[in-house]
Design a protein around this ligand. Structure first.
Ligand SMILES: Cc1ncc(COP(=O)(O)O)c(C=O)c1O
Length: 420
Protein backbone atom coordinates (compact mmCIF):
# COMPACT_ATOMS: atom_id res chain seq x y z
CA UNK A 1 0.00 0.00 0.00
CA UNK A 2 1.45 3.35 -1.07
CA UNK A 3 2.08 5.62 1.91
CA UNK A 4 2.87 8.70 -0.17
CA UNK A 5 -0.17 8.30 -2.40
CA UNK A 6 1.96 8.72 -5.52
CA UNK A 7 0.64 6.87 -8.57
CA UNK A 8 3.71 4.93 -9.71
CA UNK A 9 2.28 4.21 -13.18
CA UNK A 10 3.93 7.51 -14.17
CA UNK A 11 7.30 5.76 -13.77
CA UNK A 12 6.45 3.19 -16.40
CA UNK A 13 5.86 5.61 -19.28
CA UNK A 14 8.50 6.35 -21.91
CA UNK A 15 12.10 5.35 -22.43
CA UNK A 16 13.52 8.03 -20.11
CA UNK A 17 12.88 8.36 -16.38
CA UNK A 18 9.92 10.51 -15.29
CA UNK A 19 10.85 14.16 -14.75
CA UNK A 20 10.84 15.68 -11.28
CA UNK A 21 7.88 17.84 -12.37
CA UNK A 22 5.89 14.79 -13.60
CA UNK A 23 6.41 13.17 -10.23
CA UNK A 24 5.69 16.30 -8.20
CA UNK A 25 2.42 16.75 -10.13
CA UNK A 26 1.52 13.09 -9.52
CA UNK A 27 2.34 13.46 -5.82
CA UNK A 28 0.17 16.54 -5.41
CA UNK A 29 0.66 19.49 -3.10
CA UNK A 30 2.53 19.06 0.14
CA UNK A 31 4.23 15.77 -0.77
CA UNK A 32 7.96 15.92 -0.31
CA UNK A 33 10.09 13.93 -2.75
CA UNK A 34 13.74 13.20 -2.09
CA UNK A 35 15.37 13.06 -5.49
CA UNK A 36 18.18 10.51 -5.98
CA UNK A 37 17.56 10.52 -9.73
CA UNK A 38 18.77 13.83 -11.20
CA UNK A 39 22.49 14.49 -10.58
CA UNK A 40 22.63 18.06 -9.15
CA UNK A 41 25.10 20.12 -7.18
CA UNK A 42 23.19 20.35 -3.87
CA UNK A 43 25.43 23.13 -2.49
CA UNK A 44 25.24 25.55 -5.37
CA UNK A 45 23.82 28.09 -6.00
CA UNK A 46 23.83 29.21 -2.38
CA UNK A 47 20.56 30.46 -0.78
CA UNK A 48 21.89 34.04 -1.14
CA UNK A 49 22.35 33.50 -4.87
CA UNK A 50 18.79 32.16 -5.16
CA UNK A 51 17.60 35.29 -3.31
CA UNK A 52 19.42 37.47 -5.83
CA UNK A 53 17.88 35.55 -8.73
CA UNK A 54 14.40 35.86 -7.17
CA UNK A 55 14.84 39.62 -6.68
CA UNK A 56 15.68 40.06 -10.37
CA UNK A 57 13.16 37.56 -11.70
CA UNK A 58 10.72 40.14 -13.05
CA UNK A 59 13.24 41.86 -15.32
CA UNK A 60 14.88 38.50 -16.19
CA UNK A 61 11.56 37.21 -17.51
CA UNK A 62 10.32 40.48 -18.99
CA UNK A 63 13.25 41.47 -21.20
CA UNK A 64 15.20 39.86 -24.01
CA UNK A 65 18.64 38.57 -23.09
CA UNK A 66 21.76 39.82 -24.86
CA UNK A 67 22.56 37.88 -28.00
CA UNK A 68 24.36 34.54 -27.67
CA UNK A 69 27.71 35.94 -28.86
CA UNK A 70 27.69 38.59 -26.10
CA UNK A 71 26.82 36.08 -23.37
CA UNK A 72 29.44 33.64 -24.68
CA UNK A 73 32.08 36.38 -24.65
CA UNK A 74 31.24 37.14 -21.03
CA UNK A 75 31.44 33.44 -20.11
CA UNK A 76 34.84 33.19 -21.79
CA UNK A 77 36.16 36.19 -19.87
CA UNK A 78 34.79 34.88 -16.55
CA UNK A 79 36.31 31.42 -17.08
CA UNK A 80 39.52 32.78 -18.59
CA UNK A 81 39.01 31.07 -21.94
CA UNK A 82 39.95 32.30 -25.42
CA UNK A 83 36.58 33.63 -26.72
CA UNK A 84 37.02 32.14 -30.18
CA UNK A 85 37.39 28.65 -28.71
CA UNK A 86 33.98 28.70 -26.97
CA UNK A 87 30.47 27.97 -28.27
CA UNK A 88 27.60 28.20 -25.80
CA UNK A 89 24.14 26.61 -26.06
CA UNK A 90 21.13 25.36 -24.11
CA UNK A 91 22.89 22.57 -22.22
CA UNK A 92 25.37 20.03 -23.51
CA UNK A 93 22.41 18.18 -25.02
CA UNK A 94 21.90 20.94 -27.57
CA UNK A 95 25.62 20.88 -28.38
CA UNK A 96 25.53 17.09 -28.85
CA UNK A 97 22.70 17.67 -31.35
CA UNK A 98 24.69 20.25 -33.33
CA UNK A 99 27.92 18.24 -33.18
CA UNK A 100 25.97 15.38 -34.72
CA UNK A 101 24.35 17.55 -37.42
CA UNK A 102 27.49 19.45 -38.37
CA UNK A 103 30.50 17.27 -37.59
CA UNK A 104 29.44 13.61 -37.64
CA UNK A 105 29.21 12.46 -41.24
CA UNK A 106 28.91 8.68 -41.20
CA UNK A 107 29.86 6.91 -37.97
CA UNK A 108 30.50 7.49 -34.28
CA UNK A 109 32.06 5.22 -31.64
CA UNK A 110 30.91 5.40 -28.03
CA UNK A 111 31.49 3.17 -24.98
CA UNK A 112 28.26 1.94 -23.38
CA UNK A 113 26.61 2.30 -20.93
CA UNK A 114 26.64 6.08 -21.17
CA UNK A 115 24.41 9.14 -21.55
CA UNK A 116 21.64 8.06 -23.93
CA UNK A 117 21.86 11.04 -26.30
CA UNK A 118 25.32 9.89 -27.38
CA UNK A 119 23.81 6.77 -28.91
CA UNK A 120 20.30 7.98 -29.79
CA UNK A 121 21.11 11.32 -31.43
CA UNK A 122 23.38 9.95 -34.22
CA UNK A 123 21.08 6.95 -34.71
CA UNK A 124 18.13 9.31 -35.20
CA UNK A 125 20.01 11.06 -38.04
CA UNK A 126 20.98 7.81 -39.76
CA UNK A 127 24.63 7.51 -38.64
CA UNK A 128 26.30 4.23 -37.76
CA UNK A 129 26.91 4.01 -34.01
CA UNK A 130 29.75 1.68 -32.99
CA UNK A 131 29.07 0.77 -29.37
CA UNK A 132 31.98 -0.43 -27.26
CA UNK A 133 30.61 -2.44 -24.32
CA UNK A 134 32.20 -1.68 -20.96
CA UNK A 135 32.53 -4.75 -18.77
CA UNK A 136 31.02 -5.21 -15.36
CA UNK A 137 33.98 -7.40 -14.35
CA UNK A 138 36.24 -4.35 -14.96
CA UNK A 139 33.94 -2.13 -12.89
CA UNK A 140 32.84 -0.61 -16.25
CA UNK A 141 36.25 1.08 -16.51
CA UNK A 142 37.18 2.12 -20.04
CA UNK A 143 40.47 0.72 -21.35
CA UNK A 144 41.47 3.42 -23.83
CA UNK A 145 43.90 1.15 -25.68
CA UNK A 146 41.22 -1.46 -26.36
CA UNK A 147 38.82 1.30 -27.34
CA UNK A 148 41.30 2.72 -29.90
CA UNK A 149 41.74 -0.78 -31.29
CA UNK A 150 37.95 -1.15 -31.56
CA UNK A 151 37.69 2.22 -33.35
CA UNK A 152 40.36 1.10 -35.85
CA UNK A 153 38.65 -2.25 -36.46
CA UNK A 154 35.27 -0.62 -37.01
CA UNK A 155 36.76 2.30 -38.96
CA UNK A 156 34.67 4.76 -36.93
CA UNK A 157 35.19 8.37 -38.05
CA UNK A 158 34.22 10.06 -34.77
CA UNK A 159 35.14 8.89 -31.26
CA UNK A 160 33.44 9.97 -28.04
CA UNK A 161 34.34 9.43 -24.41
CA UNK A 162 32.56 10.73 -21.30
CA UNK A 163 34.90 11.68 -18.49
CA UNK A 164 33.43 11.24 -15.86
CA UNK A 165 31.17 8.58 -17.38
CA UNK A 166 27.47 8.40 -16.60
CA UNK A 167 26.21 6.09 -15.05
CA UNK A 168 29.31 4.31 -13.67
CA UNK A 169 31.24 7.33 -12.37
CA UNK A 170 34.59 6.20 -13.79
CA UNK A 171 37.30 8.80 -14.30
CA UNK A 172 40.14 8.76 -16.84
CA UNK A 173 43.40 10.57 -15.94
CA UNK A 174 44.10 13.65 -18.05
CA UNK A 175 47.39 12.32 -19.45
CA UNK A 176 45.61 9.21 -20.78
CA UNK A 177 42.89 11.29 -22.44
CA UNK A 178 45.55 13.46 -24.12
CA UNK A 179 47.24 10.31 -25.46
CA UNK A 180 43.87 9.09 -26.66
CA UNK A 181 43.28 12.35 -28.58
CA UNK A 182 46.72 12.11 -30.14
CA UNK A 183 46.25 8.47 -31.14
CA UNK A 184 43.11 9.52 -33.05
CA UNK A 185 44.30 12.78 -34.63
CA UNK A 186 43.38 11.43 -38.08
CA UNK A 187 39.66 11.02 -37.23
CA UNK A 188 37.01 13.56 -38.24
CA UNK A 189 36.43 14.32 -34.58
CA UNK A 190 37.25 13.25 -31.01
CA UNK A 191 34.77 14.41 -28.36
CA UNK A 192 35.51 14.40 -24.64
CA UNK A 193 32.28 15.00 -22.75
CA UNK A 194 33.36 16.54 -19.44
CA UNK A 195 29.85 17.36 -18.25
CA UNK A 196 30.58 15.85 -14.81
CA UNK A 197 34.33 16.48 -14.51
CA UNK A 198 34.10 19.35 -12.01
CA UNK A 199 32.82 16.88 -9.40
CA UNK A 200 35.97 14.77 -9.66
CA UNK A 201 38.71 15.23 -7.08
CA UNK A 202 41.14 12.74 -8.63
CA UNK A 203 43.64 15.35 -9.83
CA UNK A 204 44.08 19.12 -9.62
CA UNK A 205 43.58 19.94 -13.32
CA UNK A 206 41.49 17.11 -14.78
CA UNK A 207 40.12 18.88 -17.88
CA UNK A 208 41.63 18.44 -21.35
CA UNK A 209 39.96 21.70 -22.48
CA UNK A 210 43.29 23.55 -22.97
CA UNK A 211 44.65 20.54 -24.91
CA UNK A 212 41.59 20.26 -27.15
CA UNK A 213 41.68 23.87 -28.39
CA UNK A 214 45.17 23.42 -29.87
CA UNK A 215 44.28 20.20 -31.71
CA UNK A 216 42.73 19.93 -35.18
CA UNK A 217 39.85 17.59 -34.39
CA UNK A 218 39.01 17.71 -30.68
CA UNK A 219 35.97 19.03 -28.80
CA UNK A 220 35.41 19.20 -25.04
CA UNK A 221 31.85 19.51 -23.70
CA UNK A 222 30.80 21.16 -20.43
CA UNK A 223 27.40 21.30 -18.76
CA UNK A 224 26.87 24.45 -16.68
CA UNK A 225 23.49 23.10 -15.59
CA UNK A 226 25.22 20.15 -13.89
CA UNK A 227 28.12 22.13 -12.43
CA UNK A 228 25.99 24.91 -10.98
CA UNK A 229 23.04 22.75 -9.92
CA UNK A 230 20.74 24.61 -12.34
CA UNK A 231 19.44 22.04 -14.82
CA UNK A 232 16.31 24.06 -15.48
CA UNK A 233 18.26 26.95 -17.03
CA UNK A 234 19.67 24.71 -19.78
CA UNK A 235 23.18 26.03 -20.43
CA UNK A 236 26.49 24.50 -21.40
CA UNK A 237 29.42 25.15 -23.70
CA UNK A 238 32.06 23.47 -25.80
CA UNK A 239 35.76 24.14 -26.25
CA UNK A 240 37.50 23.53 -29.56
CA UNK A 241 39.85 25.24 -31.99
CA UNK A 242 38.37 28.46 -33.46
CA UNK A 243 37.35 26.78 -36.74
CA UNK A 244 35.24 24.11 -35.02
CA UNK A 245 33.88 26.37 -32.24
CA UNK A 246 33.08 29.08 -34.82
CA UNK A 247 31.24 26.63 -37.08
CA UNK A 248 28.92 25.61 -34.22
CA UNK A 249 28.52 29.15 -32.82
CA UNK A 250 27.58 30.56 -36.26
CA UNK A 251 24.94 27.88 -36.77
CA UNK A 252 23.10 28.61 -33.51
CA UNK A 253 20.27 31.18 -33.50
CA UNK A 254 21.28 34.73 -32.49
CA UNK A 255 19.12 34.91 -29.33
CA UNK A 256 19.51 31.25 -28.47
CA UNK A 257 20.34 31.73 -24.77
CA UNK A 258 17.91 32.94 -22.12
CA UNK A 259 18.08 35.77 -19.59
CA UNK A 260 18.44 33.47 -16.58
CA UNK A 261 21.55 31.97 -18.20
CA UNK A 262 22.89 35.48 -18.84
CA UNK A 263 22.21 36.52 -15.24
CA UNK A 264 24.03 33.47 -13.82
CA UNK A 265 27.02 33.93 -16.15
CA UNK A 266 27.36 37.44 -14.72
CA UNK A 267 27.11 36.15 -11.15
CA UNK A 268 29.79 33.43 -11.45
CA UNK A 269 32.87 35.55 -10.83
CA UNK A 270 31.45 36.90 -7.55
CA UNK A 271 30.77 33.38 -6.24
CA UNK A 272 33.86 31.39 -7.20
CA UNK A 273 34.72 30.59 -3.59
CA UNK A 274 31.23 29.26 -2.88
CA UNK A 275 31.44 27.12 -6.01
CA UNK A 276 34.79 25.64 -4.95
CA UNK A 277 33.38 24.98 -1.49
CA UNK A 278 30.31 23.26 -3.00
CA UNK A 279 32.61 20.84 -4.85
CA UNK A 280 34.58 20.12 -1.69
CA UNK A 281 31.39 19.38 0.25
CA UNK A 282 30.14 17.16 -2.53
CA UNK A 283 33.37 15.09 -2.45
CA UNK A 284 32.92 14.71 1.31
CA UNK A 285 29.30 13.58 0.87
CA UNK A 286 30.35 11.14 -1.86
CA UNK A 287 32.79 9.42 0.48
CA UNK A 288 30.18 9.28 3.27
CA UNK A 289 27.48 7.96 0.93
CA UNK A 290 29.76 5.20 -0.41
CA UNK A 291 30.32 4.05 3.17
CA UNK A 292 26.60 4.08 4.01
CA UNK A 293 25.51 2.26 0.85
CA UNK A 294 28.15 -0.41 1.24
CA UNK A 295 26.43 -1.45 4.48
CA UNK A 296 23.43 -2.82 2.62
CA UNK A 297 24.02 -6.58 2.39
CA UNK A 298 24.44 -7.82 -1.15
CA UNK A 299 24.61 -4.34 -2.70
CA UNK A 300 27.59 -3.65 -4.97
CA UNK A 301 28.76 -0.02 -4.94
CA UNK A 302 30.97 1.05 -7.85
CA UNK A 303 33.59 3.70 -6.96
CA UNK A 304 32.63 7.07 -8.49
CA UNK A 305 34.17 10.43 -9.31
CA UNK A 306 30.80 11.91 -10.27
CA UNK A 307 27.93 13.27 -8.21
CA UNK A 308 26.20 9.87 -8.40
CA UNK A 309 26.88 6.18 -7.77
CA UNK A 310 26.15 3.14 -9.87
CA UNK A 311 25.01 0.27 -7.65
CA UNK A 312 24.15 -3.33 -8.46
CA UNK A 313 21.24 -4.69 -6.47
CA UNK A 314 21.30 -8.04 -4.69
CA UNK A 315 20.42 -10.81 -7.19
CA UNK A 316 16.95 -11.44 -5.75
CA UNK A 317 15.90 -7.75 -5.88
CA UNK A 318 14.12 -6.15 -8.84
CA UNK A 319 15.22 -2.63 -9.80
CA UNK A 320 11.79 -1.72 -11.18
CA UNK A 321 9.98 -3.00 -8.07
CA UNK A 322 12.45 -1.26 -5.75
CA UNK A 323 12.15 2.05 -7.63
CA UNK A 324 8.33 1.91 -7.44
CA UNK A 325 8.42 0.84 -3.79
CA UNK A 326 10.72 3.73 -2.82
CA UNK A 327 8.52 6.31 -4.54
CA UNK A 328 5.26 4.90 -3.18
CA UNK A 329 6.37 4.21 0.40
CA UNK A 330 9.27 6.52 1.14
CA UNK A 331 8.85 9.47 -1.27
CA UNK A 332 12.24 8.67 -2.79
CA UNK A 333 12.93 8.92 -6.52
CA UNK A 334 15.73 6.75 -7.95
CA UNK A 335 17.05 5.89 -11.43
CA UNK A 336 16.66 2.25 -12.37
CA UNK A 337 18.98 1.62 -15.33
CA UNK A 338 17.04 -1.06 -17.27
CA UNK A 339 16.41 1.34 -20.16
CA UNK A 340 20.09 2.20 -20.60
CA UNK A 341 22.00 0.38 -23.34
CA UNK A 342 24.61 -1.91 -21.78
CA UNK A 343 22.82 -2.08 -18.38
CA UNK A 344 20.04 -4.14 -16.83
CA UNK A 345 17.32 -3.45 -14.24
CA UNK A 346 19.69 -4.91 -11.67
CA UNK A 347 21.53 -1.57 -11.70
CA UNK A 348 20.54 1.77 -10.20
CA UNK A 349 22.14 5.21 -10.37
CA UNK A 350 21.86 7.10 -7.11
CA UNK A 351 22.89 10.73 -6.88
CA UNK A 352 25.09 11.96 -4.06
CA UNK A 353 23.08 13.62 -1.29
CA UNK A 354 23.57 14.66 2.29
CA UNK A 355 23.62 12.18 5.18
CA UNK A 356 19.98 12.64 6.30
CA UNK A 357 18.69 11.86 2.83
CA UNK A 358 21.09 8.93 2.44
CA UNK A 359 19.86 7.52 5.77
CA UNK A 360 16.31 7.74 4.44
CA UNK A 361 17.36 5.95 1.24
CA UNK A 362 19.19 3.19 3.11
CA UNK A 363 16.16 2.74 5.41
CA UNK A 364 13.90 2.51 2.35
CA UNK A 365 16.13 -0.07 0.67
CA UNK A 366 16.39 -2.12 3.84
CA UNK A 367 12.60 -1.91 4.21
CA UNK A 368 12.23 -3.30 0.66
CA UNK A 369 14.71 -6.07 1.43
CA UNK A 370 12.91 -7.04 4.62
CA UNK A 371 9.41 -7.01 3.18
CA UNK A 372 9.98 -8.86 -0.04
CA UNK A 373 13.01 -11.03 0.42
CA UNK A 374 14.20 -13.21 3.21
CA UNK A 375 17.87 -12.85 3.78
CA UNK A 376 19.19 -13.62 7.26
CA UNK A 377 21.28 -10.45 7.13
CA UNK A 378 18.18 -8.23 7.17
CA UNK A 379 17.25 -9.46 10.62
CA UNK A 380 20.38 -7.88 12.03
CA UNK A 381 21.32 -4.24 12.43
CA UNK A 382 22.34 -3.14 8.93
CA UNK A 383 25.18 -1.15 10.37
CA UNK A 384 26.66 -4.33 11.81
CA UNK A 385 26.13 -6.44 8.71
CA UNK A 386 29.04 -7.39 6.53
CA UNK A 387 29.63 -5.03 3.63
CA UNK A 388 30.23 -5.90 0.03
CA UNK A 389 32.26 -3.36 -1.86
CA UNK A 390 32.98 -3.59 -5.54
CA UNK A 391 36.70 -3.34 -4.97
CA UNK A 392 36.75 -6.22 -2.52
CA UNK A 393 34.53 -9.03 -3.57
CA UNK A 394 32.01 -8.36 -6.30
CA UNK A 395 34.08 -10.03 -9.00
CA UNK A 396 34.74 -13.27 -7.18
CA UNK A 397 31.51 -14.43 -8.74
CA UNK A 398 30.69 -14.51 -12.43
CA UNK A 399 28.42 -11.52 -13.11
CA UNK A 400 25.08 -12.48 -14.63
CA UNK A 401 24.85 -9.72 -17.21
CA UNK A 402 28.20 -9.93 -18.93
CA UNK A 403 28.47 -8.74 -22.50
CA UNK A 404 31.42 -10.74 -23.90
CA UNK A 405 34.19 -8.71 -25.50
CA UNK A 406 37.54 -9.81 -26.94
CA UNK A 407 40.46 -9.61 -24.57
CA UNK A 408 43.37 -7.19 -24.67
CA UNK A 409 45.75 -7.23 -27.64
CA UNK A 410 48.80 -5.08 -28.28
CA UNK A 411 48.17 -2.19 -30.66
CA UNK A 412 50.11 0.62 -32.16
CA UNK A 413 48.57 2.78 -29.46
CA UNK A 414 49.74 0.42 -26.70
CA UNK A 415 53.25 0.50 -28.10
CA UNK A 416 53.23 4.30 -28.26
CA UNK A 417 51.97 4.48 -24.71
CA UNK A 418 54.65 2.11 -23.48
CA UNK A 419 57.32 4.10 -25.34
CA UNK A 420 55.99 7.38 -23.88
C1 LIG B 1 27.57 12.57 -19.98
C2 LIG B 1 26.48 13.59 -20.17
N1 LIG B 1 26.65 14.56 -21.07
C3 LIG B 1 25.72 15.51 -21.26
C4 LIG B 1 24.52 15.49 -20.57
C5 LIG B 1 23.49 16.56 -20.82
O1 LIG B 1 23.67 17.67 -19.97
P1 LIG B 1 22.83 19.00 -20.10
O2 LIG B 1 21.87 19.02 -18.99
O3 LIG B 1 23.85 20.11 -19.99
O4 LIG B 1 22.16 19.02 -21.42
C6 LIG B 1 24.29 14.49 -19.63
C7 LIG B 1 23.04 14.45 -18.87
O5 LIG B 1 22.80 13.61 -18.04
C8 LIG B 1 25.30 13.51 -19.43
O6 LIG B 1 25.13 12.51 -18.56
Amino acid sequence: MARTGIDTSILHKGAHSASYFDLARAAGEGAEIVDFCIPCNPYFPTPEMFDELSRDLKSILKYYPSDAATITKKLASVLNLHPQTVAMANGSTELITWIDHLLVKESLAIPIPTFGRWTDQPLETGKRVDMFPLQERDGFRLDLEEYVEFIRERKSRVAVICNVNNPDGNYLPRRDVIRFMDALSDLDLVVVDESFIDFSDAERYPSVGPDAVIRPNAVVLKSLGKNFGLHGIRFGYLLANPAIAGKIAKTLPKWNLNSLAEKVVHMISDHEMEYEESLRLLSRDRRAMARELSRIPGLTVFPSQGNFFLVKLPAEWSGVALRDFLVANHGIMTRECGNKLGMTSQFMRLVVRQTDDVDRLVDGMMDYGQRFHTRPAYDTDPLESSSRRWAESAYDEQPDNLIPYPGHRTTEYTARRAAG
